[in-house]
Design a protein around this ligand. Structure first.
Ligand SMILES: C[S@@+](CC[C@H](N)C(=O)[O-])C[C@H]1O[C@@H](n2cnc3c(N)ncnc32)[C@H](O)[C@@H]1O
Length: 218
């Protein structure tokens, strides 16, 4: 989506994607990555996700990238975290002891900022892109990740014609076709989550799968 779309969503606080709880797949599968506590974890398109607090609670250093300034400010104020703010090139860098958020476009995030991450977490980032931009995002993400880094990817899949995204449907076939060049891929879980998503029920979407993949950057 174009930046203006997301700025409007944050301005109007139409943030249905934001979860009040930690993502259940993150809680269930993060330990599969078997990372040292001090590992640095990159969270692309992070919003104000509480999942970053979960990652920090595991002892990790968290590096997020988020386009919208209000989202970043709300993350720190909602969680009562004191931060400092500095400019890094065209990004604003908000920092606490364990959490560093770069506010700006992921496509212009300098990759030296992520060269010492050993892990990543993508929830509602890949699926935020329409198909026309998704592969470009996946390439940018791969370019920001050092070889060997491990990640958890959480996607949604449903019959795309039943609803306008975002979130956009990302099928296992799309993952296989577009991510194999840069990542080793293992499907960890796939569950029908239609009953928990009133917007999809209202639009009579017949099924909605949430999947978790373990990825390793080649
Ligand atoms: C669907 S939300 C998901 C947020 C978060 N991952 C979560 O689970 O709540 C997608 C987020 O990506 C941000 N975003 C969109 N385009 C971006 C870009 N080019 N660079 C960085 N962030 C972007 C939006 O502002 C929005 O907060």
């Amino acid at each position: 989506m174009e930046p203006g779309f997301w700025h409007d969503k944050w301005h109007q606080q139409q943030i249905g994607f934001h979860q009040q709880d930690i993502n259940p797949f993150l809680v269930k599968y993060w330990q599969k990555l078997a990372l040292p506590a001090a590992a640095k974890v990159f969270v692309p398109l992070c919003g104000k996700s509480l999942d970053m607090c979960f990652l920090a609670e595991q002892g990790h250093q968290v590096i997020g990238c988020e386009l919208n300034e209000l989202a970043v400010q709300q993350f720190f104020s909602d969680n009562q975290l004191e931060m400092t703010k500095t400019a890094v090139g065209e990004h604003q860098h908000y920092q606490t002891e364990q959490i560093s958020l770069y506010q700006g476009d992921i496509f212009t995030l300098p990759n030296e900022l992520t060269q010492d991450v050993t892990a990543f977490y993508d929830r509602a980032a890949l699926i935020a892109w329409p198909e026309s931009m998704r592969a470009q995002y996946a390439k940018q993400l791969a370019g920001l990740l050092p070889s060997g880094s491990l990640g958890l990817l959480v996607t949604l899949d449903y019959p795309q014609e039943a609803l306008n995204g975002p979130p956009f449907a990302v099928s296992p076939t799309w993952i296989e076709q577009h991510l194999t060049e840069d990542f080793e891929i293992q499907l960890l879980d796939c569950q029908d989550v239609l009953a928990d998503n009133p917007r999809f029920i209202k639009k009579e979407v017949p099924w909605l799968n949430e999947a978790a993949y373990l990825l390793k950057r080649k």
